[in-house]
Design a protein around this ligand. Structure first.
Ligand code: GDP
Length: 135
């Protein structure tokens, strides 16, 4: 068994994810737990609509609660993507979130924006301006 998964067995991995964000100076400036409908998941992943995994991905993403966050920090997008690891957990580096906790390429624990433009869309999908503690 992977070392970190043993330590948190039975716990929601969100606690470990938050710990890793804090430890890596990625400041959480907004956070909430949501449960997407299938239609909302389809809207979020609209860019993947034509891909063969779209149905499986949106089924999974609407199958239970998810925690959404806005992160802030120097070079935050690239640094968070490093923490997440590769999309396919089998290719993710040792010590990354996906390597430690993912069980399937579509059940890869965390998502992350890949550019400021996608971050703007994704933040706007879940948060309004009053919910974000940017000062
Ligand atoms: P991410 O930024 O690393 O999360 O990757 P993308 O934004 O490109 O893809 C969104 C999600 O779609 C990923 O996190 C995976 O769960 C899923 N996904 C992406 N590529 C593939 C693929 O080739 N096969 C399958 N089955 N799922 C994929």
């Amino acid at each position: 068994m992977k070392p970190d998964s043993a330590a948190i067995l039975g716990q929601n991995p969100i606690f470990e994810v938050v710990k890793r964000l804090e430890a890596n100076d990625l400041k959480i400036i907004a956070m909430k737990m949501i449960h997407l409908t299938q239609t909302q998941a389809e809207g979020f992943y609209a860019v993947h609509r034509e891909r063969p995994f779209f149905g499986g991905l949106t089924d999974f993403m609407s199958s239970g609660p998810a925690v959404v966050m806005v992160l802030e920090g120097e070079n935050a997008i690239a640094r968070y993507r490093d923490l997440m690891g590769a999309t396919n957990y089998k290719e993710a580096a040792e010590g990354t979130i996906r390597r430690d906790f993912a069980t399937d390429i579509e059940k890869n624990v965390v998502h992350g924006s890949d550019a400021p433009e996608t971050a703007a869309f994704e933040i706007g999908y879940f948060f309004n301006a009053f919910e974000i503690n940017a000062r």
